[in-house]
Structures are given as structure tokens and as C-alpha cells.
Unconditional design. Sequence first.
Length: 254
Amino acid sequence: MQHSLIKRCKITSSYSELHRRNTDQVKYPLSKSRRRTAPLSGERRIFVEEKKFCTSDMSKQYTIPEILSAEIEALRTIPQDNDYEAAIRLILQHVHQGGGRLITSGMGKAGQIAHNIATTFSSTGTPAYFLHPSEAQHGDLGMVCESDVMLLISNSGKTREVLELVALTRRMYPRLPFILITGNSESPLSQLVDVTLFTGNPAEVCPLGLTPTTSTTVMTVLGDLLVVSVMQRIGFTYHDYSLRHHGGYLGDKS
């Protein structure tokens, strides 16, 4: 009986040691030593907290009125001589006459704008969907049909994934047309597409001059311009809207 008790204690001890190791692995998954994951020293902690609120590397501090003014001015600088008619004509020809769909695409913030444009087009009578440029390289390119038309958004006009999307799509369907919304009308993407809609390339209203702010505003407005123009050309009605947007306040209103 004593031998059995000793054996049981050894098993329990081994289990406890294993449990401790597993717990440590969860707490410190990237470290073999607890010292490397110890709390920051007082001096280091103060530095991090001060760095968190440091503004010395910010080129400008904006007031609320200045931010609003910058956004409004960005809209005013959208070129009126873009070939909007050519873009609208491509959408009407390939979607409403040819039975294709409008595919939107872009990376990052531009991709989010592209997704929004696709859903707005879909709810207003123009079948559309968003295609992620990276996912396209992993099978989603198979959703593209020869009768489709693609609307790309890239502020720089040289987003690698979007450039690759054009090349891969053209390999399948050499004649598939592309429309581009960009802040760089002389970019590599501009040289590849059928129609370029220049945003005016407004300066970002950001202390660092980096965060997409005014650029995404003008991208959204250019998308609205295309949506509303196509709605008017196809004679989209309240009844048509209610068939596609039955729920919510807008569904009741339509």
C-alpha cells in the first residue's frame, strides 16, 4: 500500500510539472526565459508612455475647421474634364447591354471604398461585386467572366497586387475593359486601363501626411458620380429600389 501511495505521488508530481510547463508556454509562447517577458523597468515604461503621446514628429496640427476645409477643398479640385462619359458607357455596355457585371477592386483603404461602391451599384440596379486582388490569385479570379467590366481604385496607381490583377485578368480575357480611379494619372496602372478618372491627388489632411483621408473622400465621391449617372441612364425607379432594398428605413421609404 505504501508503494502504491509513493507511485501515486510521483504521478501527481509529474502531472503538476507538466501542467506548469504548459501554463508557462501559454504565458510565454515566444520565450524560453521569464526574464524576457518581465514588465518594463520604470525608466523604460516612462519612455514608452511619453513616446505614445509625442507629437514632435508631426509636421502639422489641424483644427476641426481646418480639417473640414481641407476635405471640402479636395472635392472642389476633382477634375471636371475626366472622361466620365467613357466610364459610364463601358458600364452600360457591358453590364446593362451585355449581361456582364461590374467588378470593383483595390487594396487597403482603397479596397474598402471599392467594396462600398460595389454594394451601392448592386442596390441601384447594376449587378456588381468586390474582388480582393490577393484572393484573386488564390482562385477567386474564376468569378470573372468575359462580359464583365472592372473598376480599380489605387491612389498611387502602382499598387502591386492591383497591377498583378490586371495582368492575370488579361491573360484570361484580353479584351476585358478596366476603369481606374487614381491620384496618379501618369502611373503604371493608368497606362494599362481603358479609362482613368483622376482624383486631383489632394494632400492628405493628416499630421504625418500619410493617413488616407482626403484621398478616400474623393474616391468615394467619384464612385457616387458613376452610380448616380448610371441610375439615371437606366431609369431606375422607387419600385426597382424597393425590390432590391426591402428592409430597414430605406426599404419602407421606397
